[in-house]
Design a protein around this ligand. Structure first.
Ligand SMILES: O=P(O)(O)O[C@H]1O[C@H](CO)[C@@H](O)[C@H]1O
Ligand SMILES: O=c1cc[nH]c(=O)[nH]1
Length: 320
């Protein structure tokens, strides 16, 4: 099938009024307007060097994840799922001029890597949000597709985050600005989470649930692991902490969701976090999955999101 695009010509969800309203991508920075040029340094893009509206104006879905290879694989998968021309194998990294992040575009879907941790995703999001704003994108849905450690659930389960919480199980992200701590909300779009959950019911053999996701500043001590280079707490303290997290509604732990939820929420992006769990942290700390299982697990959120996107584009019936 030839190109189904541009997606901007389609109504994203004719059955729901809320989705029909145009929703712009906001930047909340009075200085930007007065700038002659905006260089998106870590993406190797800019307002004078690139025609951002022409390159990105039709983007409706942005999927982000830590690993460049995963995000390339997702872009190639979407290329096939949307039945775009060619096999997608030679898909171009739009950010090839920098090795900080990679970015691929398949029709209305942008796939971007963000590295590990809050500082890395935060830099990427500042530039990505400005990019979507400069490109005059509207009605954009952004989804983080990642990996995580589960709490009290089977490895391989997919967790759709309702609320991202910090290490104290609080729905907040604390951004240090100059020498102030500014607290931002980490609420995600509940309707989107429910839509994703409904979509997951159609995917067999992938246990999927909605729960809180805890976002930490570290993989080892920050997530209560006993196997880092440093560890100053007992096994009992670790288990007590993780069980308290479980009782507070936390079902998985990762390292980007709070800042992701906070920034996207402030800038008018409908945002979701969908992460597969690689282990149950009540059972172990080390990730000892075989390569093949790891690859298959990482594909689970991708399959869900691809089905969701196809549904949103009204393509499911034509393509199955
Ligand atoms: O699978 P990704 O998207 O990289 O996310 C998770 O994996 C990394 C740790 O291994 C952290 O970035 C965590 O958030
Ligand atoms: O335990 C885990 C697994 C993946 N990513 C994390 O942040 N933690």
């Amino acid at each position: 099938m030839a190109s189904i695009l541009p997606a901007s010509n389609r109504s994203m969800r004719p059955d729901k009024n809320t989705y029909e309203r145009k929703r712009s991508v906001y930047v909340k920075n009075p200085y930007l307007e007065g700038m002659d040029e905006d260089i998106l340094y870590h993406l190797d893009l800019g307002t004078k060097t690139h025609n951002l509206p022409a390159m990105f104006g039709d983007v409706k879905f942005v999927c982000v994840g830590g690993s460049p290879n995963r995000m390339k694989a997702f872009a190639q998968f979407m290329h096939k799922e949307l039945r775009l021309e060619g096999d997608g194998e030679d898909i171009e990294d739009i950010c090839a001029g920098t090795d900080r992040y990679c970015m691929f575009k398949t029709g209305p879907v942008l796939s971007v890597s963000h590295g590990m941790g809050i500082p890395s995703i935060s830099i990427m999001l500042h530039e990505l949000i400005k990019l979507l704003h400069h490109a005059h994108c509207c009605d954009v849905t952004i989804i983080r597709i990642g990996t995580s450690g589960g709490i009290g659930i089977a490895p391989g389960s997919v967790v759709i985050t309702d609320t991202a919480v910090d290490s104290f199980f609080k729905p907040r992200f604390e951004q240090v600005i100059l020498d102030n701590v500014v607290t931002r909300s980490t609420e995600l779009d509940k309707e989107l989470a429910n839509d994703l959950f409904n979509c997951s019911r159609e995917i067999p053999n992938v246990p999927t649930l909605i729960g809180h996701t805890m976002c930490t500043y570290d993989f080892y001590e920050g997530q209560g692991r006993l196997d880092g280079a440093l560890c100053s707490f007992s096994r009992e303290k670790k288990l007590d902490y993780l069980k308290r997290a479980y009782r507070a509604g936390v079902r998985n732990i990762e390292m980007e969701s709070t800042v992701f939820a906070a920034m996207c929420g402030l800038c008018g992006l409908r945002a979701a976090v969908v992460c597969v769990t690689l282990l149950d942290r009540l059972e172990s700390d080390q990730i000892n999955l075989s390569h093949d299982v790891l690859v298959e697990y990482q594909q689970r959120p991708q399959l869900l999101i691809s089905n969701f996107i196809k549904k949103q584009l009204g393509l499911c019936d034509q393509m199955s």
